[in-house]
Design a protein around this ligand. Sequence first.
Ligand SMILES: Cc1ncc(C[n+]2csc(CCOP(=O)(O)OP(=O)(O)O)c2C)c(N)n1
Ligand SMILES: [Mg+2]
Length: 770
Amino acid sequence: MHRYWQAANYLSGAQIYLRANALLKETLQADHIKPRLLGHWGTCPGINLIYTHLNRLIQDTDASVLFIAGPGHGAPAVLANVYLEGTYSEIYPEISQDEHGMEMLFRQFSSPGGISSHVSASTPGSIHEGGELGYCLAHATGAVFDNPDLIAVCVIGDGEAETGPLEGSWKSIRFLNPERDGAILPILHLNGYKISSATVLARMDEESVRSLLQGYGYTVYFVDGDDPMPVHKRLAEVLDKAYDTIKGIQHLARRGMGYLHLHWPLIVLRTPKGWTGPSEWKGEKIEGTFHSHQVPLEEVRNDKGQLKLLETWLRSYEPENLFDSEGRLFGELSSIIPKGNKRMGSNPHVNPGSIEKELILPAIDNYAVDVPSPGAITTQSTKQLGKFLRDIFLLNESNKNFRLFCPDETESNRLQDVFEATSRFYTGKTEVTDEHLSPYGRVIEVLSEHLCQGWMEGYLLTGRHGLFSCYEAFITIIDSMFNQYAKWIKSSKELPWRHPLASFNYLLTSHTWRQDHNGYSHQGPGFIDTVINKKSNVIRIYFPPDANCLLCVMQHCFGTKGYINVVVAGKQPELQWLNMNQARDHCRTGVSIWNWASNDNGNPDIVLACAGDIPTLETVAAAGLLKTHLPELKVRVVNIVDLMVLPPSSQHSHGLSDTSFSEIFTNSKEIIFAFHGYVSIIHDLVHGRPEPERFHVRGYMEEGTTTTPFDMTVLNNISRFQLAIAAIFRSRIGNASHVIHLFEQKLEEHHHFIREHLDDMPEIKNWTWS
Ligand SMILES: Cc1ncc(C[n+]2csc(CCOP(=O)(O)OP(=O)(O)O)c2C)c(N)n1
Ligand SMILES: [Mg+2]
């Protein structure tokens, strides 16, 4: 095992430096060295040590192990191991297990036309890039939900352990039920440093580290040292102990003997950063310090002394005793590699196409709202969705492949009908006043958007399905995680061997326009701005205006693969516009002219467009006002469900053809666009359409407080009166000053009324389309 570790260390160091002379058959020359030295060495020896020992554990126990490297910047180590075990060459035959393939492995690393410096979608066995630190333990946890036989071993850097999401992830074990879930085994790698500073945990004494982690519910095993042989011995012992503990917990739980007060194992590995690398250069220590973080010797091409030191370092692993003259690993070393799918690079949960079970969806007609005519009834759209979700849980119960992730808002978001089918997952102490808690629950409520996101990513990346329901304003907490996930999906799509995953579905509700209890801090539609910038073959954004449209959109999203779908919908009682058949047609095209609200007879003076449920209400009401007070103005109402119909089809596959766009928006008429989010999004999207300056967009402009629902629209200039006034101005219709005056008076009246009565005017509250 020690020699296997040396082989992995050799391959790791060589990936950073060599472009030729892979087996060091010749004396190392400057032109064997890559011109640009890019990569991270410091973390590699630790990752290699752990991987080597896991190979042994798997061989002895036949365990199914998913390997997650938190410090994904240690890609040379992960790549070295998947290369040694053969999984790399199976996927990329040109990187063969011989001298030529080894040279190619080295050349491609961090090189143009090659592969990136981090673990990435292109790395076999990986569901985790680790480029942006903090999410490894969350991914590990998501992966083992409902995978009872899987152990996700997660290496956590001591720098990474300082991040908010990682610090929050220790509680993940509280969300595992050993009866039905697999196990996580965190290995906290205290190599002492992050990029250039000391780490908090590495400088704490052993007892403090132990009590901290014990407090979270772990049994902590320490492995300490810089002398390889005792470290090997101790690491092998504690891995066996950890494995036995996991199996013991699962054994008891699966025989109904309880698990409430168990302690899951956790290993703290304290070994030097850059271990076995060059120990110092000109009196400056490298091994065991932050100087080993990236490239320990940077001047090897220009400095003969450094070149010599690099050669001494690489030869210290004795490549000639690891690989034969053709570059093949010696047989006795290969014997520690697990067989077939037990190799961590080909764990079947990682690229799950072949083991994924499709999500069974009930017919949405069962939950349809009866809408005899537009505006005839009021309902809570997300309440209807809750019934649909309830039945998804029921239909997929035996497949155990669907979960709802939510930061404690299922009830608040009006999805509580799901509790007729399942519960909130909870294994702690319960009180008689608790509701819907169970260790078998499939609703995962943790008040951490980071964990909801990370767990659901891990769940989907291992072939399952889910929904993340969140207050719209707080989803921006995970902007950066979304960003990384979208990059992962984009990169995966470029790899023919990666099977598509179920789409990541967001339901953003309790949205900006109806934050009745909470006000300004809870008003923020900015997530859409983040999403819109991602690749068009990855993202979709929907604004269903009512319950039937919400059901259509969600049904569609659950049936898609490989996308990130963002659905924004209100939870408050709201007017319903379309019956199910109309909703289906509307959602299929993503945009349509609402003829029932228009009076343009095919030739409008002005177009009123809207996206979002509240903007839709105000737009329809504005059309109603104009019809009553200025019937000669020909108004067309256009509703947009699928935001991505707006850009030209060259930019997004949902983009309307030029002809359809002109049919709906005309080629020249002015458009008053009431939008749920920030206005610049719409301006960006319609860039490239005929005369885009026709689009006069109104949306959320950071005006708000705890006020009435209608006042929110007034504060942000999208109330029916303001839209109607804008329509009159932009259409340039004459003889309308009395109407403008009337609408301005109404706004004035509203201002005084809400201050006196603390509620909206009855004519607003009770308004409906007629
Ligand atoms: C969220 C985030 N912040 C900052 C960085 C920049 N960064 C890359 S590596 C690193 C240090 C990581 O230290 P540690 O987790 O201890 O890993 P190791 O020592 O094993 O390299 C930092 C800060 C990052 N990748 N992600
Ligand atoms: Mg570190």
